[in-house]
Design a protein around this ligand. Sequence first.
Ligand SMILES: [Zn+2]
Length: 60
Amino acid sequence: MKCDTCGQETEEVKRVVIHKGYDKTRVRAMYNCQQCYEAKEKTKVYNLVAAAEPAETVSK
Ligand SMILES: [Zn+2]
């Protein structure tokens, strides 16, 4: 299987479904390797916590 996020071949992929209501225009399933799956899970939590903040903050 191939990870949709990093394109890396991996033995195990996890299917990540973006929930309806979370992003109406992009409800789709993606296959991710373990690493990307965990990264996406963190991103979801991050988005919930920081929804009102800028998308990205650059710190020096
Ligand atoms: Zn990946």
